[in-house]
Design a protein around this ligand. Structure first.
Ligand SMILES: [Zn+2]
Length: 231
């Protein structure tokens, strides 16, 4: 195999390695936490906190109702016992009983409202939890796929690098060095020649350059400086 063909093949390998490396880093950048999962986790946490707060309010309303009831029972008993003869005292007691009843009604309404809110919040927590489970499962599936891709790409790259090492060992070191320098400078070091035109810069090559290249000599394009390769 002529040295220009070896260099061309080396370049093909390098381009393939570049492309697989890019795919690998792109894949690896997608590994990690999911913004969607984090967002829904945050939603769930704040809804759970709201529910806890509502339950606390519900309990304190219930305690308050119980407290009023324990005061009301003896007051009513006393009121209807017939023991109180003094009309002013009786009126005061009646007033107290009415006040306690009104307060209890008010608290019962409040407790009912809170209970409705608790139920709504419980539904919401259940809905967000199930959404989170779905998102997590999807995310885990994606992460597994990405991890598989990473393994596959690493294997491909290791294979390509092995091939590159074998090929570059066959090429004289100073030529490899020239190739590396051109590649660094211009992106591609070797240009195909098709119909007398350098594919690197699309300029028609002078006859002498074409002849030299055809004979398998290492010739650089006088226009773009790339190594010419005639298939
Ligand atoms: Zn050129």
């Amino acid at each position: 195999m002529g040295v220009t063909k070896q260099l061309y093949e080396l370049q093909e390998l390098d381009l393939e390695i570049d492309s697989q490396e890019q795919a690998l880093s792109q894949t690896m950048s997608q590994l990690g936490e999911s913004p969607a999962v984090l967002r829904v986790q945050g939603q769930l946490q704040s809804e759970q906190e709201r529910l806890e707060e509502l339950r606390r309010k519900q309990h304190s309303a219930e305690w308050e109702i119980e407290d009023i009831s324990t005061k009301l029972a003896p007051a009513e008993k006393k009121l209807f016992s017939g023991d109180i003869k003094n009309s002013k005292e009786l009126a005061n007691l009646q007033h107290e009983v009415e006040m306690l009843k009104a307060k209890r009604n008010q608290m019962e309404e409040k407790a009912l409202e809170i209970m409705e809110q608790v139920e709504l919040s419980e539904t919401s927590v259940a809905k967000i939890s199930s959404e989170l489970e779905t998102l997590k499962a999807e995310w885990q599936r994606q992460q597994q796929e990405l991890a598989d891709s990473v393994e596959r790409l690493k294997a491909i790259l290791s294979d390509l690098r092995g091939k590159r090492q074998l090929l570059s060992a066959e090429i004289p070191p100073q030529v490899v060095e020239l190739y590396q320098g051109l590649r660094k400078e211009r992106g591609t070091a070797v240009a195909r020649v098709e119909q007398g035109i350098c594919r690197g810069c699309r300029i028609s090559l002078p006859t002498t350059e074409l002849q030299q290249a055809r004979s398998g000599n290492l010739v650089k394009c006088s226009s773009c400086g790339r190594i010419l390769f005639l298939a």
